[in-house]
Design a protein around this ligand. Sequence first.
Ligand code: ATP
Length: 257
Amino acid sequence: MELELTELTVRIKGRALVDRLSLRAGAGEVVGLVGPNGSGKSTALRCVYGALRPISGTVLAGGEDLRALPLRERARRVAALTQDGSVDLDFTVEEVVALGRAPHQRGTQALSVREQGLVRAAMRRLDLLALADRGVLTLSGGERQRVLVARALVQEPEIIVLDEPTNHLDIRHQIELLSLLRGTRATVLVVLHDLNLAAAACDRIGVLRGGALVAAGTPREVLTAELVADVFKVAARIVPHPETGGPQLLYTLNPSV
Ligand SMILES: Nc1ncnc2c1ncn2[C@@H]1O[C@H](COP(=O)(O)OP(=O)(O)OP(=O)(O)O)[C@@H](O)[C@H]1O
C-alpha cells in the first residue's frame, strides 16, 4: 500500500520541527529517513502513526487520509516501532508478540490456529523462540527491541514505520532486521542513523535537515560526499560495495576533536 506524506508541517512555539515535508513510499518499497540529531525525523514519523497532528499537510495510506480512518482501521494498516515503544507490564515475550493481533480481534477472543502460527513464525524470524516464556521486563534492550518488531509483524500491517529500529541491536540482529524489512511485502518507512545500513537496506532515502527535505532519491543518488559533508558535517569517502555496487561510506577519525 502506498504511503504519501504531502507538505507535512509541524510547528511548536513558532518553530517548524517539520517543514513542508513531502515524501512518497510506493507499495512494498523500503524508504529511509536520515538526518542529523534534531532534524525532525521522529516528529515526521509521529505524524504518520498518529501520535502527533501536523498543523498542515496530509498523510495518505493507499490514497486515504490516515487521520480520517477509525483507530482500529488505522492500526490494521500501519504498525509503528517507536523510540518510546517500551513495554511496562510484565507479560511474557509470547504474550507481547500476540498483542500484535489486537487490531484484528473482537473483544477477548482467543487467537485462531492461523494467528498462533503467525506468532510462532514471527518469534522464529526474530530469534525469540528460546525466550517465549520469559517476562519482557527481564530482557536486554536488544531482545526487547526484537519482541517489538515481532509484534509489529504479527499485526500484518500494510505499512510499517520504524524509528531507529537497529538501536540496541548487535550487528547480526541489525542485519537480520533490515534483511527482514526488505523481505516483507509491507511498505516500510524507517529512520536510520547508520548511513551504510541505510544504503544497503533502502530503495530510496530522504534526507532531513532542520525539518526540511534536502535530498531524496536512490542511495547512490543521495549519499554523495558533498551531501554528507554539507548535511552531517563529516568528511566521508564513498566507495562502491564490492558485491552490490551500492554506496558505502568510509570515515576517518579526527584526533584533534
Ligand atoms: N514537544 C516538543 N517541544 C519542543 N521541541 C520539540 C518537541 N519535540 C521535538 N522537539 C524538537 O524538535 C526537533 C526535532 O526533533 P526530532 O525528535 O523529530 O528529531 P530527530 O531527527 O528524530 O532527532 P534524533 O536523531 O536525535 O532522534 C528537535 O530540535 C527537538 O528538540
